[in-house]
Design a protein around this ligand. Sequence first.
Ligand SMILES: Nc1nc2c(ncn2[C@@H]2O[C@H](COP(=O)(O)OP(=O)(O)OP(=O)(O)O)[C@@H](O)[C@H]2O)c(=O)[nH]1
Ligand SMILES: [Zn+2]
Ligand SMILES: [Zn+2]
Ligand SMILES: [Zn+2]
Length: 235
Amino acid sequence: MCESCGCGDPHLVSVDVHDRVLSENDRQAAHNREHFAAAGVLAVNLMGSPGAGKTAVLEATARRLAGRRKLGAIAGDLATDHDAARLQRAGVPSRSITTGNACHLDAAMVHHALHHMAWSGLDILFIENVGNLVCPAVYDLGERANVVALSVTEGEDKPLKYPVMFKKADLVLVTKVDLLPHLPGVSVDHIWDALQRVMPEPRMLPFSATTGEGLDEWIEWLQDPSRTFRSEPSV
Ligand SMILES: Nc1nc2c(ncn2[C@@H]2O[C@H](COP(=O)(O)OP(=O)(O)OP(=O)(O)O)[C@@H](O)[C@H]2O)c(=O)[nH]1
Ligand SMILES: [Zn+2]
Ligand SMILES: [Zn+2]
Ligand SMILES: [Zn+2]
């Protein structure tokens, strides 16, 4: 349970306090955004459930872009620095934010991390959020783009159950598609239908860190996160 957001429970954190926290966060996020814009760094907020494959996406991205783009990462985690260590091993200079009992990153935590890492020469700064489909959606970090990793094992209805996060997403990576042959009940078509119902501009990319499916399109998208795919993602 999170002390600052109370995870949306007005009995734990009053609406007034929650609104004040969010407006302070927005101010800090605007400040972070100015930093990123001034340095020409593309900041990407990568969100998704625990275990959706967020770090695996970044490891695959690092392998593909090694020597071509300067990548860095901030990885938020409740209790460990495992993800930052994994990314560091994949060649991505990374800083861990251990949030304790906070189930999301906020803009002040990101700003603090920026003071402890060399980030201004990067092309892309990935911010891997705490694994959670709820609170990270309401905390602006100053990012340019929001990406949600949704794995095929989570259930096709997740966009409908957690619409706030998917509404905010610029792109949804449907991860672990290499597992589909073992999941006869799961259809990427159904995930796409659900996304179309909640995302203002639905964009989905089937992805597998294991086989590399979707990696080329993802790398292309990172060159210009405002672009739409040339055609509807093949599902
Ligand atoms: N089959 C398959 N497994 C994957 C893929 N991507 C990740 N996994 C597995 O899924 C598990 C979780 O992957 P992570 O990358 O740690 O997921 P995460 O979203 O970063 O997890 P947290 O940061 O703990 O929320 C690991 O056991 C990975 O090996 C994939 O493309 N295919
Ligand atoms: Zn500053
Ligand atoms: Zn991770
Ligand atoms: Zn929270």
